[in-house]
Design a binder for this molecule. Structure first.
Ligand code: NAD
Length: 482
């Protein structure tokens, strides 16, 4: 490695690394070995208070900094991230488990978020309203103040940047609560951002588990919340936010369907579905969890997708295998439990289904056939490398199956017939639909869910709406005495 992983990591508060108030720590574990990587400070509610106070103190000056200058600073963060891309990617790969080439892709995304929202900072304009000759009415877009952001462990640095960059561009100060099993990359990002000119207190990163997460979502001085994670935690965050009437963006789970029609290029559909479910070991909210395949091509699809699943080599992320380990032990156990559930429900294991015979939290790429749409493995988010393949007869049935879950994050349609592809894409109830590809989103494309997949949109210019509130100013031009 081109850099050293430290033995000990602290919280990043008000521009400096500090211990947790009560000195508590936890270990972050290498998922490829089950061995500790480093000791990390465990934030408490007191640390949340400190970080929110620092953010609240820094925010007015940050908001008063010219939008052009805020944008320039974010562009410098983007450059610094690119200069440190190898380090950030290796750190992420080690801590999270993903293949280092995938971590590189995530880190390039981090740079793009800062570049994109840095470019947007001086274009956040209001409008005038046509209220007639006697009045001038215009709007301004103002930051909320302190943005609290709670991040999961599947794309630690990328999702941190996804929320932090637009929040800072809009003039907010941010307190991030990183996930307990993947704290390292967000801490390094905060340090790089600080070196690039983000003022002390404008970006704070806390590490730890549910306690600081709860304290952040309960906090009376947090003005807007962004949560990415599971549905139950999202519900808890939303309940806390209701107490303080704090707006909240929720990016939650998915159980996304790839519809493969007889008009699909089968090789391409198999390629993208495999990418969609086996990238990052399937630990992706937008993964291709379910392939909904026309019965006329079902057997051919299964044969090819099984070949692909069996072609993945497993290994530590830093060695850049096809697939790395799952992120932590309890999640690895949960994925293996779901595989048992599928077998007990009567689905057929076409390939995989076992823990790999090695240390660490590895699960084989797994494909289930003979899956009924109402089975738990076809309804619940497994968040692992487990594809369920479901047959359909006519297009209406495909749409019913695709939409017959409580989630609506992403979906996909594979068809070379443009009418069919677009008509199906419109009928899929999801925030994002991919046509003849998977994971087609970029920083420019809005992302978020329908139904239990969440509220609001991240990415794209839409994300800025979550970090800005509109003020109307009206001016009387009429002389009432005349
Ligand atoms: P999680 O809900 O367990 O944890 C998410 C974050 O919330 C972590 O930082 C955790 O420490 C914190 N947290 C835990 N309890 C809390 C509480 N009571 N109050 C406040 N914060 C609390 O989710 P996870 O297991 O880390 O991530 C996996 C889930 O995230 C999956 O469901 C996945 O689909 C979803 N996800 C969604 C998106 C998206 O953009 N829609 C992206 C990535 C992951």
């Amino acid at each position: 490695m081109a850099f050293e992983i430290h033995d000990r990591y602290q919280l990043f508060v008000d521009g400096a690394f500090v211990d947790a108030a009560d000195g508590e720590t936890r270990e972050t574990i290498d998922p490829a070995t089950g061995e500790p990587i480093a000791t990390v400070a465990e934030a408490t509610a007191t640390d949340v208070d400190r970080a929110v106070e620092a953010a609240a103190a820094a925010q007015p000056e940050w908001a008063a900094t010219s939008a052009a200058e805020r944008g320039r600073i974010l562009q410098r963060v983007a450059r610094s991230v690119r200069e440190h891309a190898d380090e950030l990617a290796e750190l992420e790969s080690r801590d999270q488990g993903k293949p280092v080439s995938q971590a590189h892709h995530d880190v390039e995304g981090v740079a793009r978020f800062f570049e994109y929202y840095g470019g947007a900072a001086d274009k956040l304009e209001g409008r005038t309203a046509p209220t007639g000759a006697d009045k001038l009415a215009f709007t301004e877009r103002e930051p909320y103040g302190v943005s609290g952001q709670i991040v999961p462990w599947n794309f630690p640095v990328n999702l941190t940047a996804r929320g932090v960059a637009p929040a800072l561009a809009a003039g907010n100060a941010v307190v991030v609560k990183a996930a307990p099993t993947t704290p390292l990359s967000a801490l390094r990002l905060a340090e790089l951002a600080s070196e690039a000119g983000v003022p002390d207190g404008a970006l704070n990163v806390l590490t730890g588990g549910a306690e600081p997460g709860e304290a952040l979502s309960d906090h009376g001085d947090v003005d807007v919340l962004t949560f990415t994670g599971s549905v139950p935690t999202g519900q808890a965050v939303m309940q806390s936010a209701a107490e303080t009437i704090t707006p909240v963006t929720l990016e939650l789970g998915g159980k996304n369907a790839a519809i493969v029609t007889p008009e699909a290029d089968l090789g391409s559909a198999v390629f993208w579905t495999s990418i969609g479910i086996f990238t990052n070991g399937g630990q992706i909210c937008s993964a291709a969890d379910r392939a909904v395949v026309h019965e006329s091509i079902y057997d051919d699809f299964v044969e090819s997708v099984v070949d692909r699943a069996e072609s993945y080599d497993l290994g530590p992320g830093v060695e850049d295998p096809g697939m790395g380990p799952l992120n932590h032990e309890s999640h690895y156990e949960s994925v293996l439990e779901y595989i048992d559930v599928g077998v007990n429900e009567g689905a057929t294991l076409a390939t995989g289904g076992e823990a790999a015979d090695r240390e660490g939290f590895f699960v084989e790429p797994t494909v289930f056939t003979d899956v009924e749409p109402d089975m738990r493995i076809a309804q619940e988010e497994i968040f692992g490398p487990v594809l369920t393949v479901i047959p359909y007869g006519d297009p209406a049935e495909a749409v019913d199956i695709a939409n017959g879950v409580e989630y609506g994050l992403t979906g996909g349609v594979f068809s070379q017939d443009v009418d069919e592809a677009l008509s199906l894409a419109r009928r899929v109830d999801a925030g994002t639909v991919y046509v003849n590809e998977w994971f087609g989103g970029t920083p420019e494309t809005p992302f978020g869910g329908t139904k239990k997949s969440g509220i609001g949109r991240e990415k794209g210019l839409e994300a800025l709406d979550a970090y800005l509130q509109t003020k109307s100013i009206t001016v009387n031009l009429d002389d009432p005495t005349a």
